[in-house]
Design a protein around this ligand. Structure first.
Ligand SMILES: [Cu+2]
Length: 715
C-alpha cells in the first residue's frame, strides 16, 4: 500500500487530497481509494483575467482600479505605479511570471508593470491583504503578480499550431494595438513567440488634451518549454522597446526604454515534493529629456532656455533567482526557499547644448537582497486552518562617488560659478559619507481561518513586514525629483543612513458564500515605524542650491529630505456579487483607506480617495454586457508636507459588451466615461509640461469619453 498526497487550491480553499492506492494483486487491476481533506483558508487573492475583462488603455496597472484595495498612481499612459491599501511604489512587490524587474528610470517611468503590457497579459493577481513571505522579498505594502501568455503543451507527439491575435483601438488618443501570440507544441516541446506594436496620440479630456501623453511601444518575445515525466523546464526572452512617451507629471518624457528580459524556470513535482528554481536577468537602458516631446525651456531673466535643456541616460542591470521546495505532509505542507535580487542603477544628466555639463544623478547605486524563508500551512482541525511563515533578508546597498559640472567648460577658466561650487560641495559631502549599508530584516506572518458553518469562513491575520530604503531614498545627493515617481513637484535629497521601514499589521474579515450572494469584506490596520517620508531638509548647502536652481527656473526651492518618521494606515475593502438570475448579476468593489503620520499631525501623500464600483453584468448566449458606475469621494485628507491639493468627488459611467461571433472569435466594444465628465484623478500627478489646456502645477485631469474596441481571434 502506498500513500499519495497532493495539495491543490480550489476557490480559495486548500484542498488536501490523500490518495491511498491499493495495488491489486491480480494482473494489472488497480483499486484506488481517494480520501479528500479540506484545509480551511479564506480567499487570499483577487484575479482579473484579460480574456474576461475589457480594458482600453495599454497599461496593465489600469486593471488594478477594478480590484478591492488596489489603485494606480498614473504618471503617464505607460507609466502606472501600483497602489495597494494606500501604499505605492517600491512598497508594493510586483512580479511578472515570478520575476522581479527593477525600473530603469529613477522616476519609475518604466514601473515594473510596464514590462507586462495588456496585449500579452493573461492575468493580474493581487494578494488580498497579508501576503505570504514566499510571495516576494519585500511585501510590506502588498503583492501584485502578472502572468503573460505562455501557451499550452499538446497531448500527443504531433506538433500543432495555436495562437491568438489581439487587435485594439481607442478614441481618446486614436490609440491602436496589434499583437499576435503563436505557439507550436506537442506533449513534450512548446515553442512560442509574441509580437506587439502599439501607439497613441495625446489623450483627450473634457476641456482639451494632455500634452504630452502620446506613446509608442514595440515588443517581441521568444520562448521554449520542455516537459517530461515530473520535470518541466522553460526559458523566455523578451525585448520591450518603448519609444516616445509623454509623462507630463514628471520633469521629463521618455525618449527610449530599451530592455532585454531573460528568465528561466525548472520545476520538478513528485508525490510529496515540488521543487522550483528560477533565474532572471534584466538589462534596461533608458533616455529621457525635457525638450523633445514637451515645450522646451524658454528664455528667462536668468538666461537662455538652452541652458536648461536636459537629457538623462539611465540604466538598470538587475538579476534575480529563487529556489524553493514544497513538501506535503499529512495535515498540510511545508514550503521553504532562498531568493535573491541584485540591481545596479546609473543615471547621468546632460545638456545637449553644453557638452561639459553633467550631473551624476546616481552612480552605481546598488540594492542587493538575499533572503531565506520557511512557511507552514496546517489543518488544525476539520474547521480551522493556519498559515505561518518567517523570512530573513540581508540587504546590501552602496553607491559610487559622484561628481557634477555646471560650468560651461571643464577648464577652471570657465568661470567660478557659485552654482558649480555648491554642486561640488554637495558631491564632496556625499562622497565623504559612509554610503555602504547592510540591513538585516525579519518578516513574519500568520493567517488563521475558521469555518463554523453558516456559509461563512472567518479570517484573522497578523504580520511584521520590512522594507529597506530604495536607492533613490538613500543615494539622491543633489536636490532633484528623482523619487521613484512621487510626482509631487518637490525636490528631494536622500540619506544613506536611513533605517528600514517596519510595519506591523492586523487584518480581519470573512468570506460569505450563500447561494446567489457572496461578499469578501476585510478591515486592516498597519503601523509603520521608521516610515520613509520627505521632511523639510536641514542641509544648508542643499537648500541654497535648490533655491539657486529655482531662481533660474529649474524646480522648486525648499527640498525635502527622505527621513524615518512614524505612520499608520487603516481601512476597509470588499468585493461582493449577487446573482439576480442566470443572466444578470450585480457586482460591487469598495475601497477605503486612511493614512497618517503619527509623529506630527499630517496625512500621507497620494492616498486613494474612498471609491466604489457598482456594476450590472449580463451574461447571455454568445454575448455579454456590463453597465458600470465608478464613484470616487472627495479627498480632503491631504499631505501638507507634500503641498498636496484636495480633489472633488465624481462619478463615471462605463458601458461594455462583447460578442462571441464564433467559438474562436470575439469582438468587444466599450465606452468609458460615457458622459465625458471633467474630473480630477487624485492619483494622477501635477502638470509639469507647458500646455494651453492645463496650467503648470495643476493636477492632471482624468481622461474624457473613450470609445474602444478589441478583437481576439484564437487559432
Ligand atoms: Cu525616465
Amino acid at each position: 500500500m502506498k500513500n499519495f498526497l497532493m495539495i491543490t487550491r480550489r476557490s480559495g480553499l486548500f484542498v488536501l487530497a490523500s490518495y491511498s492506492a491499493l495495488l491489486g494483486s491480480v494482473g494489472n487491476a488497480q483499486t484506488q481509494i481517494i480520501e479528500e481533506m479540506v484545509i480551511i483558508g479564506a480567499r487570499d487573492s483577487h484575479t482579473v483575467r484579460t480574456d474576461d475583462t475589457m480594458v482600453a488603455p495599454p497599461d496593465t496597472t489600469e486593471l488594478l482600479r477594478k480590484m478591492p484595495g488596489a489603485n494606480v498612481n498614473k504618471n503617464g499612459e505607460l507609466t502606472g505605479i501600483a497602489q495597494y491599501r494606500g501604499m505605492h511604489g517600491d512598497r508594493v512587490n510586483v512580479s511578472i511570471n515570478g520575476a522581479h524587474v527593477s525600473s530603469g528610470g529613477p522616476n519609475a517611468m518604466d514601473a515594473p508593470l510596464h514590462y507586462a503590457p495588456v496585449a500579452i497579459l493573461e492575468s493580474l493577481t493581487i494578494s488580498r491583504g497579508i501576503a505570504p513571505v514566499s510571495a516576494g522579498q519585500e511585501t510590506l505594502g502588498g503583492n501584485v503578480e502578472a502572468v503573460t501568455y505562455s501557451g499550452d503543451f499538446g497531448d500527443s507527439s504531433l506538433f500543432q499550431w495555436a495562437g491568438r491575435t489581439y487587435l485594439g483601438a481607442q478614441s481618446v488618443n486614436s490609440g491602436i494595438v496589434g499583437s499576435a501570440f503563436v505557439s507550436v507544441a506537442n506533449r513534450n516541446h512548446l515553442f512560442r513567440g509574441f509580437v506587439m506594436t502599439e501607439q497613441g496620440d495625446d489623450s483627450d479630456f473634457a476641456r482639451g488634451s494632455i500634452r504630452p501623453s502620446e506613446y509608442k511601444r514595440d515588443r517581441f518575445d521568444l520562448g521554449y518549454s520542455f516537459q517530461r515525466g515530473d520535470h518541466q523546464f522553460s526559458i523566455d526572452f523578451a525585448r520591450n522597446d518603448t519609444g516616445d512617451a509623454g509623462t507630463a507629471a514628471l520633469p521629463m518624457d521618455i525618449m527610449v526604454v530599451e530592455s532585454d528580459l531573460v528568465r528561466s524556470r525548472y520545476e520538478w513535482e513528485s508525490v510529496q515534493w515540488k521543487l522550483t528554481a528560477e533565474v532572471s536577468l534584466n538589462d534596461i537602458g533608458h533616455w529621457m529629456s525635457n525638450y523633445h516631446l514637451r515645450t522646451p525651456p524658454q528664455d528667462n531673466a536668468a538666461g537662455p532656455g538652452t541652458n536648461r535643456y536636459r537629457n538623462t541616460y539611465t540604466a538598470s542591470d538587475n538579476s534575480g533567482f529563487i529556489v524553493k521546495a514544497e513538501r506535503s505532509v499529512g495535515n498540510g505542507y511545508w514550503r521553504f526557499g532562498v531568493d535573491g535580487h541584485y540591481s545596479n542603477h546609473i543615471a547621468l544628466i546632460q545638456n545637449p547644448n553644453n557638452r561639459f555639463f553633467f550631473v551624476d544623478n546616481f552612480k552605481d547605486a546598488e540594492k542587493n537582497l538575499t533572503g531565506v524563508f520557511i512557511e507552514r500551512n496546517i489543518a488544525l482541525s476539520e474547521i480551522t486552518g493556519l498559515d505561518l511563515g518567517i523570512r530573513h533578508n540581508q540587504v546590501r546597498m552602496n553607491s559610487a562617488a559622484v561628481a557634477a559640472n555646471y560650468n560651461p567648460s571643464n577648464l577652471p577658466a570657465g568661470g567660478p560659478f557659485m552654482i558649480n561650487n555648491m554642486a561640488r560641495t554637495l558631491a564632496n559631502q556625499f562622497n565623504a559619507m559612509d554610503r555602504s549599508q547592510t540591513d538585516h530584516n525579519t518578516d513574519w506572518f500568520a493567517r488563521f481561518s475558521i469555518d463554523p458553518g453558516y456559509d461563512v469562513i472567518w479570517y484573522a491575520g497578523a504580520a511584521r513586514k520590512t522594507r529597506s530604503p530604495s536607492y533613490q531614498e538613500r543615494y539622491l545627493w543633489s536636490p532633484a525629483s528623482s523619487t521613484g515617481g512621487l510626482a509631487d513637484g518637490k525636490n528631494y535629497i536622500g540619506n544613506p543612513a536611513l533605517k528600514p521601514e517596519i510595519a506591523h499589521e492586523a487584518e480581519l474579515g470573512f468570506d460569505l458564500d450563500r447561494g446567489a450572494f457572496s461578499a469578501y469584506p476585510r478591515i486592516f490596520y498597519k503601523d509603520v515605524s521608521d516610515f520613509i517620508q520627505g521632511i523639510p531638509s536641514t542641509n544648508a548647502v542643499a537648500n541654497s542650491f535648490a533655491q539657486m536652481l529655482a531662481n533660474m527656473g529649474m524646480g522648486t526651492p525648499n527640498p525635502l529630505q527622505f527621513s524615518n518618521v512614524d505612520a499608520e494606515y487603516y481601512g476597509f475593502d470588499m468585493d461582493a456579487r449577487y446573482e439576480i438570475n442566470s443572466q444578470f448579476a450585480l457586482r460591487a468593489v469598495m475601497s477605503m483607506v486612511r493614512a497618517k503620520r503619527k509623529d506630527i499631525n499630517d496625512n500621507l501623500y497620494r492616498i486613494s480617495p474612498d471609491n466604489m464600483i457598482l456594476a450590472l453584468d449580463y451574461q447571455g448566449d454568445g454575448w455579454s454586457g456590463s453597465l458600470e458606475s465608478v464613484t470616487y469621494a472627495r479627498q480632503d485628507r491631504v499631505s501638507a508636507t507634500n503641498l498636496e491639493a484636495e480633489t472633488a468627488g465624481y462619478s463615471l459611467l462605463n458601458l461594455s459588451s462583447s460578442i462571441r461571433a464564433r467559438t474562436n472569435l470575439e469582438f468587444g466594444i466599450g465606452i468609458n466615461n460615457l458622459l465625458d465628465k471633467d474630473y480630477e484623478d487624485h492619483l494622477a500627478g501635477y502638470n509639469r509640461a507647458m500646455n494651453p489646456d492645463i496650467a503648470l502645477d495643476q493636477r492632471l485631469p482624468g481622461l474624457g469619453r473613450n470609445i474602444y474596441g478589441r478583437m481576439m481571434w484564437y487559432f
